[in-house]
Write a protein of this length. Structure first.
Length: 411
């Protein structure tokens, strides 16, 4: 039976994703992509002419992030012109999807050597703010009538309300994310995959993650104002439609308790990540040593109105594909888009918290949308090796009510 091997994984540090404030915000998005592509080639003595394709995730494909970032980053990195590239968008799930598609190409025998990853420069978002999302566009009322899709933060508050999960519980998860990230950084757990970013003049831009605040206390978060209450009531169109109204179309009696804020939601970030995947015969023939194999892939859709609930069914689906049970998985990575996503995931699947996001998550480290999934797979691989464990599972919610998932096995 054919296999898809993961040969290597690397990522940039995550920078604060605000123009003029983050250390990476002055970089071009293709420069971040080129940084990890160049690192993969150097770390593995790769003849880039042998790369069949580069599959890249970027969610906001506009402005500097438009124009097939995979191909442009590869050219920027000095790759052979025969190394092709394609860029995709599954919102937050783009990075996992890029890896899944690369694995599928290898598993099918279509390709022998594929790079997958993603880039997101959230510090560029303000410049493109005039362009509405396809599900928020007031000119696209037909889709809104079929499937009302609110802002993700309002969805997070709605889910917490429906689940009866308090702000204090979510704040505790936020503090734990910061604490675990602090331990991981202090112990060098990210060092194997971390690639510093340099400006074009050779000066250092960023060498370590910029967002974590490991000294954060529960009392610090208690003083933060909920972030999405006013947004829920902001008119979206001349008719005065609000996000709160969109949710009430499906949940008419729901009085949303606004519990999410900057301290229990993912940080806005810039960054890039990449993985190198190969067919076993090709890897052996070219001296590429595998670190893991891809065991199973899955995609799942769920309610677009609540938007964030697909990771649980995606997990069940990918486990079924792998013929594994929850007890077989040694480590889980569930993206902390909002604290409720991780908290509900743990509760619904009755998981041991000591196996979930053991090095912190996006609340502490940040969530560079199209890159995060690839970052999580690399982080999981490093941690499986560090703890001498076997199986790991990664999943995350995505806008539109979706979730991709992947299970890998350490070799």
């Amino acid at each position: 039976m054919s296999e898809a091997w993961i040969i290597d994984a690397c990522r940039t540090p995550r920078g604060v994703g605000k123009a003029g404030k983050g250390a990476l915000s002055a970089c071009h998005p293709q420069h971040l992509g080129a940084t990890v592509l160049r690192a993969l080639a150097a770390r593995n003595q790769l003849d880039t002419a042998l790369v069949d394709d580069i599959i890249w995730g970027t969610s906001a494909q506009r402005g500097q992030q438009g124009g097939d970032l995979a191909r442009m980053a590869a050219l920027d990195a000095g790759y052979d012109i025969r190394a092709s590239g394609v860029t995709l968008d599954r919102f937050c799930g783009s990075g996992i999807t890029a890896v899944n598609l690369a694995a599928a190409c290898v598993l099918s025998g279509t390709e022998d050597l594929v790079i997958a990853g993603g880039t997101e420069m959230m510090s560029t978002y303000a410049a493109g703010a005039a362009r509405a999302s396809p599900f928020l566009d007031s000119d696209n009322l037909r889709l809104r009538a079929i499937h009302p899709q609110p802002h993700q933060g309002v969805c997070a508050d709605a889910i917490a309300t429906l689940e009866g999960i308090s702000r204090e519980v979510l704040d505790q998860l936020g503090v734990l994310s910061q604490s675990r990230a602090g331990v991981a950084i202090a112990e060098g757990r990210f060092d194997k995959s971390l690639v510093p970013v340099y400006h074009e003049d050779g000066t250092l831009a960023l060498a370590r993650d910029e967002l974590p605040r490991p000294a954060t206390l529960l009392s610090d978060l208690a003083g933060l104002k909920p972030a999405f209450g006013a947004l829920a009531d902001h008119p979206l169109d001349p008719a005065g439609t609000t996000f709160r109204e969109l949710i009430r179309r499906h949940y008419p009696d729901l009085a949303i308790n606004h519990v999410h804020h900057a301290g229990n939601s993912s940080g806005v970030a810039d960054g890039a990540a990449a993985l190198l995947l190969a067919a076993p015969d090709f890897a052996r023939a070219h001296g590429l040593k595998p670190r893991a194999r891809v065991i199973a892939l899955a995609n799942m859709g769920d309610s677009p109105t609540l938007m964030l609930n697909a990771p649980v069914p995606a997990t069940r689906k990918v486990l079924q594909r792998a013929k594994l049970g929850l007890g077989d998985i040694d480590l889980f990575e569930i993206n902390e888009a909002f604290a409720i996503v991780a908290e509900k995931y743990i509760r619904d699947l009755d998981l041991d918290r000591a196996k979930v996001n053991v090095n912190g998550g996006a609340i502490a480290l940040g969530h560079p949308i199209g890159a995060t999934g690839a970052m999580l797979i690399g982080t999981l691989l490093d941690e499986l090796e560090r703890q001498d464990l076997q199986f790991g599972l990664v999943t995350m919610c995505a806008a539109g009510g979706m979730a991709p998932a992947i299970i890998i096995e350490r070799i």
